[in-house]
Design a protein around this ligand. Structure first.
Ligand SMILES: CC/C=C\C/C=C/C(=O)SCCNC(=O)CCNC(=O)[C@H](O)C(C)(C)COP(=O)(O)OP(=O)(O)OC[C@H]1O[C@@H](n2cnc3c(N)ncnc32)[C@H](O)[C@@H]1OP(=O)(O)O
Length: 191
């Protein structure tokens, strides 16, 4: 699931909740679709932060659901809908942003990472290619050579390397959610 709260300063906070790594289960994807719609429709909300419960942004597809049929909202339109929100949306990346989790963050307009966070597209290690926009959004953001390296090796990179490559906008040693909230307040009102 995903919870929704409105913070002072008109920021909507969407929190992914699916222990242990807030993977994108059907219930989490449905929660994201519902809470993003709510933030979009709430006239008091001027900006949005997406984070994960317990210091973990998102470990990607929920591997516990791989054996069964695909249920719930698909990832691609969900991420498109976030990208199309006409209010600034930031991902607060703590712990991990892997696979579909990084693709979710790439659909947000800004990414703020904790210094100890790990990011990557490990799909290749499962015999897959990133299928939710990562193969388009990552090269646009950091160039083809650097994106191909990450996509074809599946390696996890540090927040410092992600900042150097241009995947994240800011890295913080303190609370990444607080930092992201402060950041989106500073850009609220921009498209
Ligand atoms: C609907 C979308 C469909 C397709 C598009 C998307 C595709 C993808 O996202 S593919 C990528 C999927 N994600 C991964 O491959 C990540 C795999 N996990 C890891 O690399 C590591 O577990 C970790 C870096 C996330 C954490 O490492 P570490 O701190 O060493 O802990 P553990 O490895 O012991 O894991 C702890 C705990 O978490 C469970 N877990 C990890 N990843 C997932 C996941 N993606 N889904 C569900 N559960 C996950 C892991 O099984 C452990 O659980 P237990 O403690 O119960 O054993």
């Amino acid at each position: 699931m995903a919870t929704y709260s409105r913070l002072p300063g008109s920021v909507a906070l969407i929190t992914l909740q699916n222990p242990p790594v807030n993977a994108l289960s059907a219930a989490v994807r449905q929660g994201i679709v519902d809470t993003v719609q709510r933030a979009l429709k709430d006239p008091k909300v001027t900006s949005v932060v997406i984070c994960g419960q317990n210091g973990k942004f998102c470990g990607g597809a929920d591997i516990r659901e791989f054996a069964g049929p695909m249920l719930g909202p698909p990832l691609v339109p969900m991420i498109h809908a976030i990208e199309a929100v006409d209010k600034p949306v930031a991902a607060a990346i703590e712990g991990v942003a892997l696979g579909g989790g990084l693709e979710l963050a790439l659909g947000c307009h800004y990414r703020i990472a904790h210094s100890k966070a790990l990011l990557g597209l490990p799909e290749v290690t499962l015999g897959l290619l990133p299928g939710a926009g990562g193969t388009q959004r990552l090269p646009r953001l950091i160039g083809l050579t650097a994106a191909l390296d990450l996509i074809t090796t599946g390696r996890h990179i540090s927040a410092a390397e992600a900042l150097k490559l241009g995947i994240v906008d800011q890295v913080t040693d303190s609370n990444a959610v607080d930092q992201a909230v402060e950041f989106v307040r500073s850009v609220a009102g921009r498209s």
